[in-house]
Design a protein around this ligand. Structure first.
Ligand code: ZN
Length: 186
């Protein structure tokens, strides 16, 4: 990534000129490198394979009640404006013989969120990945997030949260869905 870091730094310097700034001004001299490092850090999900996270973390289990992992904090960059969106992810599932180490779930969220995203796709990608690994009887995910691109561009109710959900298998049934939503709200 060293080469990429230097390239990004060079382009950021150009961008600073294009917006009418002087990149040699004292306060701005370290900015291109800082920005380059930050951008690489915020997109490190491209260089991580979620399969590696769960490699030794899927095991057989007879447990067949609902499992909830809620309030997983995340931040991501929206692919439309390269501005952050951030909030919480809540996940629930009912296993079918296979369980996943629960401490791995926030790390899975991390890999997919540290890429350029739209919230709907982030929701779908996390769901697809976990479902594919453990084939649960049902799976549900809720993501609630604030998008800075909306906040700073002064749209009315700009701090409104965007909520996306995905329900699969028996989580499509109203009774299960209600149980999931109630457990998240607690
Ligand atoms: Zn945006």
């Amino acid at each position: 990534m060293k080469g990429n870091l230097l390239k990004i730094k060079k382009y950021v310097k150009e961008i600073l000129k294009l917006i009418g700034e002087d990149p040699e001004r004292e306060g701005l001299v370290p900015t291109p490198e800082r920005f380059a490092k930050m951008l690489i850090e915020l997109t490190e999900g491209y260089r991580k394979n979620p399969d590696d996270i769960v490699k030794n973390a899927i095991f057989e289990s007879k447990f067949d009640e609902m499992v909830i992992v809620k309030d997983i904090e995340f931040s991501s960059l929206c692919e439309h404006h390269l501005l952050p969106f951030f909030g919480k992810v809540h996940i629930g599932f009912i296993p079918d013989k296979k369980l996943i180490g629960l401490s791995k779930i926030p790390r899975i969220v991390e890999v997919f969120s540290k890429r350029l995203q739209v919230q709907e796709r982030l929701t779908q990608e996390i769901a697809d990945f976990i479902i594919n690994k453990i084939k649960p009887k049902g799976f549900g995910i809720i993501i609630e997030a604030i998008h800075l691109c909306t906040v700073i561009r002064g749209v009315k109710n700009s701090t409104a949260k965007l909520v996306t959900t995905k329900m699969e298998g028996i989580f499509k049934e109203q009774r299960i869905k209600d149980e999931f939503f109630n457990l998240i709200k607690k």
